[in-house]
Design a protein around this ligand. Structure first.
Ligand code: GLY
Ligand code: MN
Ligand code: MN
Length: 418
């Protein structure tokens, strides 16, 4: 038997809540987005799918909006049985009786742990009547993670759509950027496009980082002036119906790369191309990272930013002064999605239906060993790719990344504006 609760509502301040976001595991199993709900799956000889959720409540619906209600939920969502959420503590000890194993996200939320252990103790207390409690407690997340790692056609369709909206938002941001704008004005362009296309929210806090701010990996103030001669790094994408995109583009605020910016940008782009070429079924998860590091390390040597042979720079990891993160992660319902990266100690083999990001970058902070021309240049280029037969599908190709394409797009906007 499996029990998976959805996420609680969270207070933002006083009596205002954060916008509600369901738990990804719960939504994966049910497609149901209301708070205060628990799914129970019973296997064995007479399998049943049970949902506990809020009942209709006219008073609350006047204030807070529509509730499906447990009676309508049965047919609408295809459950065998549904109960009002208020029945949970009464029903769970009955449902748990004589089950061999309980699969549950143990440790994810101490309040649920306490509640589940209390139900188990109620079942154990009936031992003398011949009822047995589950003897195995299994963390259900391992199983769900391996299911979620492989996206089916329905999920890929949603992810393509989230990626398209996000790509169009990045193009909109590129078009709107001018010296003298504030970072938050460009963030607003992104949010406008996400929302007008039906996305529920950004998939993560948007990073709109001009100039030196691009060298702060998780920069999120987004409140600085965009200056002539600086680059702008935007890491922003939307969530659509529970699925995330994750895109980064870096481009010149004035529409033209300087020679030093172009050196660094082209190197990151070459590294990204090499990494994407390594995304193929059967290759290891780490192959794209190794491909990116090889290109970046050689380029850093060629630019005089790293010293020694390629092997020395890679083995000593001296390139990490400029490239300190990894080249990608699984992408899905969560932006840093679930799924093991290794299996039996080996990097996991890529296979069809896996979706990952490819996001090399270089971040050059002022330092004595770095020519001043490169100071404060931060570049990341991030695309989302789905592993498919023979290679991968780039979900986020709708936003330009060749320097000439970016310059052409930006000069077109300037011509139109003048
Ligand atoms: N936006 C978070 C990341 O790129 O991993
Ligand atoms: Mn990102
Ligand atoms: Mn990412």
């Amino acid at each position: 038997m499996a029990i998976v609760p959805t996420a609680p509502e969270r207070t933002r301040n006083r009596d205002s809540d954060h916008p509600y976001r369901f738990d990804s595991y719960f939504h994966y199993l049910t497609g149901f987005g209301e708070p205060e709900a628990v799914v129970v799956l019973i296997g064995g000889e007479s399998p049943r799918q049970i949902l506990f959720c809020r009942d209709k409540d006219e008073e609350r619906e006047i204030w807070d909006g529509y509730r499906l209600g447990f009676k309508a939920a049965r047919e609408a969502l295809g459950f065998d049985q549904t109960f009002a959420i208020g029945e949970l503590d009464t029903q769970m000890p009955l449902l748990l009786a004589n089950q061999a194993a309980l699969h549950f996200p143990a440790g994810a939320d101490p309040a649920w742990d306490t509640r589940v252990f209390a139900w188990l103790n109620q079942v154990r207390a009936q031992a003398r009547t011949g009822v047995s409690a589950p003897t195995q407690l299994i963390d259900i997340r391992a199983l769900l993670d391996s299911m979620r790692l492989i996206k089916d056609e329905h999920e890929l369709t949603l992810m393509r759509r989230a990626a398209h909206i996000s790509a169009d938002a990045q193009v909109r941001a590129m078009r709107a950027t001018r010296p003298g704008c504030m970072e938050y004005e460009i963030e607003a362009e992104l949010l406008h496009e996400f929302r007008r296309r039906g996305s529920q929210s950004p998939a993560y806090t948007s990073i709109v980082a001009g100039g030196a701010n691009a060298c702060v990996l998780h920069y999120r103030e987004n409140n600085a002036l965009l200056k002539e001669g600086d680059l702008l790094l935007i890491d922003a994408a939307c969530e659509l119906d529970g699925y995330a995109a994750d895109i980064t583009r870096t481009f010149p605020v004035n529409g033209r790369f300087s020679p030093a910016q172009r050196d660094i940008y082209t190197l990151v782009l070459d590294a990204q191309h090499a990494a994407i070429a390594a995304v193929q079924p059967g290759r290891g998860f780490n192959d794209p990272h190794e491909a990116a590091v090889a290109v970046l390390a050689q380029g850093l040597i060629d630019l005089g930013l790293c010293h020694g042979s390629l092997d020395t720079v890679i083995e000593s990891a001296s390139y990490r002064q400029f490239y300190m993160h990894r080249t990608g992660h699984w992408l899905g319902m969560d932006v840093h999605d679930v799924g093991e990266y290794r299996e039996s100690g080996q990097w996991r083999a890529l296979s069809e239906g896996m979706v990952l990001t490819v996001e090399p970058g270089l971040y050059i902070r002022p330092a004595a060993n770095v020519p001043e021309a490169y100071w404060n240049i931060g570049v990341r280029i991030e695309d989302d790719v789905a592993v498919c037969a023979g290679g991968c599908e780039i979900l986020t190709s709708g936003v330009p990344k060749q320097p000439e394409e970016i310059e052409a797009l930006m000069s077109e906007c300037r011509a139109a504006a003048s």
